[in-house]
Design a protein around this ligand. Structure first.
Ligand code: PHE
Length: 329
């Protein structure tokens, strides 16, 4: 009765030849499967053993198992060879020339608004002003009430102010920092407060978020002349000696008298901000004796200054986050 092992030797040499012929680990694994896999020819020999004459089973089983083991050892050896070859090829592909110059990572730069803001704050630090900051989500008290802006004042209108849940607002100007800084302090003092402010407004020159620089100084015998002197020096430092300033009488609830200031730019007058002498009621709201002390305050747009300096025609280009724009600056 044929046991199927008559061809074992031949099968084994076929297996060796197939393993030897494989040129990749994958081809090798496939070749192994053809012989030793679940449906492989050696495995079917093993399965056939049960049908043999019991006297034959031991011998045949041993022979097939031994053959199986030799094929597997051959497989392992061949796999080590192929893997080593793979690795050598990969190393060659990734060969690193350490003498090549490195890639210089691209370097960013500060946003134009930050650059101008720093320049502005530097000027005032040199004059001895300290920086004060306040929250962007502000109470109506600091944003309006304490600044002498009554509840029915048009600047509280929905059209300008972003109201936040819980009776707060997004600050519409940096003037609330005046109140925060002055409360609990006694003059003399001088502060600047740069920061983001928010108004419901959007076109080529307006953005719902923009930056202001607030400045205020309180002491005995402070006059509007002091205010103008500081602002002239500031404008000249920032925009050159030819720049002219113009003050137009205006109204702000928190200053008296008040003015809007413009500066000359290439033959045009451009609005820069508001200023005035701090209203006595604002000083009193902060616990400062308004008979003895006076102060001036001003607030100006930082973004507009940056736009002029860098020749940016539309404020949206500053904040839409297009790096192609920012890279040009
Ligand atoms: N807070 C005013 C505004 O945003 C500007 C201002 C500041 C005016 C300080 C006078 C004094 O329009």
């Amino acid at each position: 009765m044929p046991t199927g092992v008559e061809n074992l030797g031949q099968l084994e040499s076929q297996a060796r030849a197939a393993l030897e012929a494989a040129q990749s680990v994958q081809a090798l694994t496939e070749a192994r499967a053809r012989f030793l896999g679940r449906k492989g020819s050696i495995s079917s020999l093993l399965r056939g053993i049960g049908a043999l004459d019991p006297a034959e089973r031991g011998r045949v089983g041993q022979a097939v198992n031994a053959s199986k083991q030799r094929i597997d050892e051959h497989f392992q050896a061949r796999r080590r060879v192929l893997e080593a070859a793979d690795q050598a090829r990969a190393m060659e592909r990734q060969a690193l020339d350490v003498t090549l110059p490195g890639l210089v990572p691209p370097r960013g730069h500060l946003h134009p608004v930050t650059l101008i803001e720093r320049e502005m704050t530097q000027f005032f630090s040199n004059l001895g002003f300290s920086i004060e900051l306040g929250p962007e989500v502000e109470t109506e008290y600091y944003n309006f009430e304490a600044l002498n802006i009554p509840a029915d004042h048009p600047s509280r209108d929905m059209q300008d102010t972003f109201f936040v849940e819980g009776g707060h607002v997004l600050r519409t100007h940096t003037s609330p920092v005046q109140i925060r800084a002055m409360s609990g302090r006694q003059p003399p003092f001088r502060f600047i407060a740069p920061g983001r402010v928010f108004r419901h407004d959007s076109d080529a020159t307006h953005y719902p978020m923009f930056h202001q620089l607030e400045g205020f100084l309180v002491d005995e015998r402070v006059t509007f002349g002091d205010l103008k002197g500081v602002l002239y020096a500031f404008a000249h430092q920032l925009m050159g000696p030819e720049v002219k300033l113009r003050f137009r009488a205006h109204f702000f609830p928190f200053t008296e008298p008040s003015a809007e200031m413009d500066f000359s730019w290439r033959g045009d007058w451009l609005e820069w901000g508001g200023c005035g002498m701090i209203h006595p009621r604002v000083l009193e709201n902060c616990g400062i004796d308004s008979e003895r002390y006076q102060g001036f305050a001003f607030g100006m747009g930082i973004d507009r200054t940056a736009m002029l300096r860098f020749g940016i025609p539309n404020i949206h280009l500053l904040f839409d986050g297009d790096v192609r724009v920012l890279e040009q600056i």
